[in-house]
Design a protein around this ligand. Structure first.
Ligand SMILES: Nc1ncnc2c1ncn2[C@@H]1O[C@H](COP(=O)(O)OP(=O)(O)OP(=O)(O)O)[C@@H](O)[C@H]1O
Ligand SMILES: [Mg+2]
Length: 428
């Protein structure tokens, strides 16, 4: 079976805006376009300047568009976990059809009935993820469609966020001329694929260390159960380096990327590099170990704050350990330092797809894969504007369970050329 669908994801980060164009087919992702531009107008994960954000989004979209030679219309949007809330919800409906067979309509109705639970006026629904369905008291059903019953129940998690946060994001996306296909919580989409099935089941913290913020998401028994955001990220490290070394921010960022190390004991003391000093016509020499000291202080503080959040969330234990991603996960020695402070198993995650093998792309990759997983389940494959002419209706009748495993890049060439061929035809 060859179901394929094009997706574009948009990750509006404090450091950079990422736009990915990906083709999903048979559970594999082939990235065919990438846009990544420095963002302005976003602080600690929240939008503080709409005009600046719109301009950055347009630039990132333009970059990705140029790679494939067609214009982006519909995107899968990630909402940051700032002020997000997760709560358990329950939906109950009577099965509609006379023959008592459960259909797509019943599925929609039971999910909708869970939303009736009051959402406070200052909050907005992001979405509902079903955990299990119950048909006439038979529980742990992943997909009730086709079963026979009179009463259908759903246990799920409802994700809501602050109205202001969501409206600002939507306003920016709309002003950038984009339509929204689906919206997901960034931590859910990223964590769902960064973590293995075992990690999600056993209880694991997924930590995304970005530029302006660090998001924590706890997965247990296969589901996201809690999120939290700490307003500290890689940009604070750059600022610290800039202040201590008395060098401009751009220089500090370059030094961090080139020589940065998080773990003092492992950093090199031999090689020295030169750093220009602000307002002086001179350069100072420093070693990697010297800057590891500065970087380490900030990151130790961050991991202490992570521990405080674990405590605040009431976490007793994390049998699955911690999985770290986000731009800062690329910093040398980060894993060692995290293990040292958090005193648990720590794994770093980097997406394994050509063109996006960087931990900063985890969210954007996760958004595409999560949208595909949901579309398969809800039978929405073929709804993509770009692929609307393709016959992909088989997908409707065969929802497929996805695993958290990273798919391989086999058949990449053929998939890309297939997509390209389609684009050419589309514009004839
Ligand atoms: N090799 C590297 N070493 C150290 N830091 C790095 C490296 N590569 C990227 N970073 C840092 O990662 C941060 C950006 O990460 P990312 O792109 O995940 O953030 P973002 O999504 O834009 O921000 P946020 O999630 O906070 O809104 C920056 O501070 C950048 O300097
Ligand atoms: Mg981010």
């Amino acid at each position: 079976m060859n179901q394929s669908e094009l997706y574009v994801s948009l990750d509006i980060g404090s450091s950079s805006i990422k736009v990915l164009i990906g083709e999903m087919s048979d559970d594999s992702l082939h990235v065919i376009g990438v846009g990544n531009v420095k963002s302005s107008g976003i602080r600690k994960g929240s939008i503080v300047d709409i005009d600046a954000t719109v301009q950055s989004i347009k630039k990132a979209v333009g970059e990705a568009e140029r790679m494939i030679g067609m214009s982006i219309q519909e995107i899968v949007l990630g909402v940051p976990a700032n002020l997000a809330n997760i709560q358990n919800v329950k939906g109950v409906v009577a099965v509609n059809r006379e023959d008592r067979e459960i259909t797509d309509t019943d599925l929609d109705r039971v999910i909708e009935s869970a939303q009736v639970m009051s959402i406070p006026p200052e909050r907005e629904l992001i979405n509902i993820a079903p955990k299990q369905f119950i048909v006439d008291h038979l529980d742990e059903i992943k997909d009730p469609r086709g079963m026979i019953g009179t009463r259908l129940e759903m246990d799920g998690i409802m994700m809501t966020t602050s109205k202001t946060i969501l409206h600002n994001v939507l306003r920016c996306v709309e002003r950038a001329g984009l339509q929204i296909r689906e919206i997901y919580l960034q931590s859910l989409a990223g964590g769902y694929f960064a973590l293995t099935e075992d990690e999600k089941n056993h209880g694991t913290a997924y930590i995304d260390i970005g530029g302006g913020s660090t998001s924590i998401a706890i997965f247990s028994e296969g589901h996201l159960i809690n999120t939290s955001v700490i307003p500290v990220g890689g940009d604070h490290i750059t600022k610290d380096l800039s202040i201590v070394l008395k060098t401009p921010t751009e220089q500090a960022e370059m030094i961090k990327l080139k020589y940065g190390h998080a773990f003092y004991d492992d950093a090199s003391d031999d090689e020295l590099f030169e750093v220009p000093v602000i307002g002086a016509d001179m350069k100072e020499q420093y070693s990697q170990r010297y800057i590891a000291d500065i970087i380490g202080v900030r990151l130790e503080e961050l991991f202490e704050l992570v521990l405080e959040e674990f405590y605040r969330m009431g976490l007793q234990d994390l049998p699955g350990g911690v999985v770290i991603t986000g731009g800062v996960a690329k910093l040398e020695g980060l894993g060692q330092l995290a293990r040292h402070i958090l005193q648990t198993r720590v794994r770093l995650y980097t997406p394994d797809y050509i063109g996006v093998r960087e931990p900063q792309y985890t969210t954007a990759v996760g958004l595409i894969r999560y949208a595909y997983k949901e579309d398969l389940f809800y039978g929405k494959i073929g709804n993509s504007h770009a692929l609307s002419q393709m016959a992909l209706s088989e997908a409707v009748s065969s929802p497929k369970k996805q695993t958290a495993q990273v798919s391989t890049n086999e058949n990449k060439e053929s998939a890309i050329s297939k997509a390209k061929k389609f684009f050419d035809k589309f514009f004839e």
